[in-house]
Ligand binder design. Structure first.
Ligand code: ZN
Length: 203
């Protein structure tokens, strides 16, 4: 099951504890828990196939909120010749894809899903020193971590403090492990795979 904006749903998505009846196809199977979805039309469970097929598209049910203002600016910067109206329509379409065909992420607070280069980034997991060291071409994760902070958290971040005191040493490999952490780092990569983007929050 391949989601554009969520790389490892098996490990990090919020699944129902046991097979559930999908609200849309009615089949009893492993489903995403409906509780974390937002909007005025709650669901109890949705299977991956129905989510990918866009069954949420015409409903007020969504997994997250995209940083659409920033996305619009990026798209306009990439295509200055396009009208604001065209750019705004494109941003709306991309945001609808993100919000309605992606499983929700477990987070402590709410924030806007980051974008880079005119598209939303893909969530690859929860941050640790090990993950940043692994992602850094020279193996030195702290620089990569520093440069990855999304503009919305840049000013709030004391990089040395976060690196020394809040980032776990070892990889966070399961959602259950992530839930234990007071400070969580959400690691994304751009669609071009040329940029790592981090958001963080606290319980
Ligand atoms: Zn289904």
């Amino acid at each position: 099951m391949q989601f554009r904006y969520f790389q490892f749903p098996e490990k990090f998505a919020i699944w129902t504890d046991s097979p559930a009846s999908c609200d849309f196809c009615g089949e009893a199977k492993r489903c995403f828990d409906g509780a974390p979805f937002l909007g005025s039309e709650p669901i109890t469970a949705i299977c991956g196939e129905c989510l990918l097929a866009g069954k949420l598209r015409d409903r007020d049910t969504y997994a997250c909120e995209g940083d659409i203002v920033e996305l619009q600016q990026q798209l306009q910067a990439l295509k200055p010749e396009k009208s604001a109206k065209t750019v705004s329509r494109k941003a709306g379409e991309v945001t609808d894809d993100l919000e309605r065909t992606t499983p929700p992420i477990f987070t402590h607070q709410t924030w806007y899903w980051p974008c880079d280069g005119g598209d939303y980034c893909t969530f690859i997991g929860y941050g640790s020193k090990a993950l940043y060291n692994h992602l850094a071409p020279d193996g030195d994760g702290i620089d990569l971590f520093l440069n990855s902070l999304y503009y919305t958290v840049e000013d709030l971040s004391d990089v040395d403090e976060l690196w020394e005191e809040s980032l776990p040493e070892l990889p966070v490999t399961t959602l259950a492990a992530a839930k234990q952490l007071v400070t969580l780092f959400y690691v994304f990569v751009s669609q071009k795979k040329d940029k790592v983007v981090t958001l963080w929050d606290r319980r």
